[in-house]
Design a protein around this ligand. Structure first.
Ligand SMILES: [Zn+2]
Length: 470
């Protein structure tokens, strides 16, 4: 049996790991539509970063491949089967307010500050040095390890789409692009819309000119606005009622007139679509107020009634979709987009995240029934099936053992409602790079990676890779 002190092997290469990580972070690899070419489908910066990394792999005498500028591969070892380590080198735009320039990779207080430091170029370098370590130690393998380098993770995942269309899918793998210890279950994610065709509003005391809330499926809308037309005394009454309503519930919003149009605005609380219970859906709240306090045309009334029925229904109980399982918990539902026009044309966009052991078809059947009952049209805008690797899979067992050995902490398995890059693997989990308790600085100004974490994850990845390919 080969005994290796992974941490000390990494420490021996510390200076190199730090300086090469800095060097890599100094390349601006934001998607740049203006410099797209045939060999650089995501622009010059990303192409530069990809070429740079592949050349590094070559310097270390690893096998490399550039897959049409969409993605790359660095490979080591021999064997029929393969382990995939899926990383990405594109970064989100920098934004303002940085202490030091975002591509200077300044090293201070034991941290390297740069856009991409933690998401995902720092961990990419950790994965590269993990493979380099295996090579330098001359360790034998029965499987190949393939580092797969994505370049469009922050936008549309066109990189992995292209890669897996042309290249082999690894037997199993992990993506160092989320959290330690291990995320082994990610719910299915579905965006659907229910639409109602417009027809003229029947005679009503008050007419809705426009009702609108939310911009995205996966966010709880924190703002809702409605414009109302009607006879002044009635509108005055509604205005007063709305002010009282806001005061009673201690919420923000406003009621004002623009000429003879009454505008009501409700301010809620934003939250991610996977945790709707952490927010306050402004659209649903405003709809509830309108249903109770305003006499509206029947078709509009029934639309708003339906929206109101979803109030605080975070798990789809009202629409009989309250699926649940032990691994990943209950389905969540977020009505993120709500619109209704004066002609009765209305729409509701819902983000649904269903448990990993449930079937997407089950949800669709239920939703179709619902649409029929409501007289609406259902459209599936987007659907990603769940990602789930069972606890007793050798991949999980190995990663758990390695993590526990190296950190001394329990490697509890995590289930989430969000989606990680690991989904693009057939059998894959997210494994790091964020250690428990660390501040999440991805996509923020002054993004950084702690040098100690960078070294620790390199050691963890090296041992994990070795255990999985030996
Ligand atoms: Zn990422």
């Amino acid at each position: 049996m080969i005994m290796i002190n992974w941490q000390s092997e990494v420490e021996k290469r510390k200076e190199k790991i730090i300086s090469e990580t800095q060097e890599f972070l100094r390349i601006n690899s934001v998607l740049d539509e203006t410099t797209i070419s045939e060999k650089a489908p995501f622009g010059k910066g990303i192409d530069h970063a990809l070429t740079h990394l592949l050349n590094k792999g070559k310097d270390y005498q690893l096998h490399i491949k550039n897959v049409d500028g969409y993605a790359g591969r660095i490979e080591y070892g021999t064997g029929e089967e393969s382990l995939g380590v899926l990383c990405h080198i594109d970064v989100v735009p920098t934004g303002d307010g940085w202490t030091t320039p975002p591509f200077s990779a300044d090293l201070r207080e034991g941290k390297i500050f740069a856009r991409g430091a933690i998401d995902n170029k720092g961990p990419t370098m950790a994965a590269l040095f993990a493979i380099v370590l295996l090579k330098e130690l001359g360790l034998p393998t029965t499987r190949r390890v393939q580092m797969i380098i994505g370049t469009d993770e922050e936008s549309h995942w066109r990189c992995v789409e292209h890669y897996f269309k042309h290249e082999e899918m690894p037997t199993f793998g992990f993506a160092p692009d989320a959290d330690f210890p291990i995320i082994h279950a990610e719910k299915g994610i579905m965006d659907v819309t229910l639409s109602w065709n417009g027809h003229p509003q029947k005679e009503s005391l008050i007419e809705i000119v426009n009702f609108h809330s939310g911009e995205r499926f996966n966010m709880v809308p924190d703002d809702a606005k409605v414009t109302l037309k009607g006879e002044r005394p009635h509108l005055d009454q509604i205005e007063e009622e709305f002010r009282r309503h806001l005061m009673q519930e201690n919420h923000n919003g406003e009621a004002r007139f623009e000429d003879d149009i009454l505008i009501l605005r409700y301010i809620g609380e934003a939250a991610h679509g996977s945790t709707p219970e952490n927010g306050l859906n402004a659209g649903v709240e405003l709809a509830s107020f309108l249903v109770t306090n305003v006499e509206l045309a029947e078709n509009i009334q029934s639309y708003l009634e339906f929206v109101k029925s979803l109030k605080q229904d975070y798990h789809g109980k009202t629409i009989q979709l309250d699926l649940n399982d032990e691994v990943s918990g209950p389905l969540t539902l977020n009505p993120g987009l709500l619109t209704c026009q004066s002609n009765g044309q209305a729409q509701i966009g819902i983000n649904i995240r269903y448990p990993v052991t449930a079937k997407g078809e089950t949800c669709l059947t239920k939703l179709n029934e619902l649409a029929e009952t409501l007289g609406a049209t259902l459209e599936v805008v987007d659907h990603m099936g769940p990602n789930y690797v069972e606890q007793d899979h050798p991949l999980i067992q190995t990663l758990q053992a390695v993590y526990e050995r190296q950190t001394g902490n329990a490697a509890d398995l995590l289930a989430i409602g969000g989606g990680t890059y690991a989904r693009s693997l057939k059998t894959g989990v997210a494994f790091g790079p964020m250690f428990p308790g660390r501040k999440d600085v991805a996509h923020q100004k002054d993004e950084y990676i702690e040098v100690d974490d960078l070294l620790k994850m390199t050691a963890i990845y090296a041992e994990a890779i070795y255990e999985l390919v030996k």
